[in-house]
Design a protein around this ligand. Sequence first.
Ligand code: SF4
Length: 518
Amino acid sequence: MAYEAIWMDRDPKELHKVEFDKMKKDGLDVIRTIIEKYSKEGYVSIPDDEFNRFKWAGVYQQRPNDGYFMMRIRIPSGIMTSEQARALGKIAQDYGRNLADVTTRQAIQFHWLRIEDIPDIYNRLEAVGLYSYEACGDCPRTIVGNPLAGIDPDELMDTTALVNEVNDFFVMNRDFSNLPRKYKMSISSNKYNNAHAEIQDLAFTPAVKVIDGEEVIGFHIQVGGGLSAKPYLAQPLNMFVRPEEVLKVAIGVTTIFRDHGYRAKRHRARLKFLVDDWGAEKFQEELEKLIGKMPERGEDKTAGWQAAYFDGVHSQKQESLRYIGLNVPVGRLSGDDFLELAELADQYGNGSIRTTISQNIIIPNVPAEKVDELLKHAIFNKFSPNPSRFMSRTVSCTGIEFCNLAIVETKERARKVAQYLDEHVKLDEDIRIHFVGCPNACGQKQIADIGLQGVLLKTPDGMKEAFELYVGGILGPGAQFNEKLKGKVIADSVAPALAHIANYFKENRLEDESFHAF
Ligand code: SF4
């Protein structure tokens, strides 16, 4: 049955008003309207009720809604070529005030775009096989994965082709362009959970199983994870998935979400709410009605969590080659930086450049003997493979600079706080600090050692930007979200407050005690 038939049969009371807008015009249709109408007739020609649909085009209005847009580019698994990186750098230079951010879904985000620029940007992206389509909206978003796929000594298999297969199936697929809410998938075979499985709607994680006397490399799956104001950890299903069945399973889970997911309240529409209500067992029964009975779980191969940090020079599975993890402070680069990194990736590597969920960049496939020469280039003073401790572990969402939902400024503040901590605290252990500008948690506050969420605080001197503090988030075995501390900290006092926490930890920790266990 076509999906329209299913949700049009529902009691209208079960449908949020956004659902009626989605029925009127599919989100994907806005792409053509942008190209053929709005880009020609200008910002004033865009009706108010159309802006929500822009998300399907990968485009958001930029704060303060005066004619500029943000655009997010899907980079499946974070793997791009130097040709693609050059195209991104040129777009940033020509249209985006030379600015590009790496997001926590390994995507690239531009700002300052005008509606007139979008068709040319689409053309430039398409020419190098990149797309912004469905990087936002109620649809399958960028598929995150292991940025080390294909070069990773700690992966069971190279997942590049699988991620591309699933990405290519879902992008612009009108059977799945109207989901109840955003939908996030990850596919990784890395043992250290490089794709943050527990916070995805659907995650494929590494596993092996003996089938007919032979050990098969495949995946376990988890469903129903997600952050935002009410975070959930994904629940494992009792199923082993062979690589050739990944797409089938992804289609099955997405179909359940499309046909049974909640569409009445926007804040209760993510897959996590359906999974929580049904439970893993019922979810699996419904899934197997669609895809057939699956083998039971095998041996889980997730051994820990490295939080998707890779700074430094590391050996690849190809013995003579190295990958170099670079710190990109709070994920922000210029178009010029992209062009220079693309040049260096061509000159010293094989042209591949990778983005990480931690908002950083990797240059892989550098012959061991060329590493020293590569690292002499001045750009590595800015994007260091040996970054200072706090700057290397600070993540930030977009915040009030560009985001319409933000309550406070985040990015520049996060950078300054990290600088302060590096100057004032000497620690022999990393503390991961995540800033978000509102409860939506794009900066993944809940999984940080210290998460900071922006709020406004009434003071005798008027309303002031402040932050709630949360401590103790972790993924991998023993995953848990962080817990809120009492009170709020005025924004100007965040740096000394975090220094105090870090120093208290330093002075009171037991031998070898980590911040998380403290
Ligand atoms: Fe905007 Fe909030 Fe997301 Fe930050 S967390 S980018 S402020 S919606």
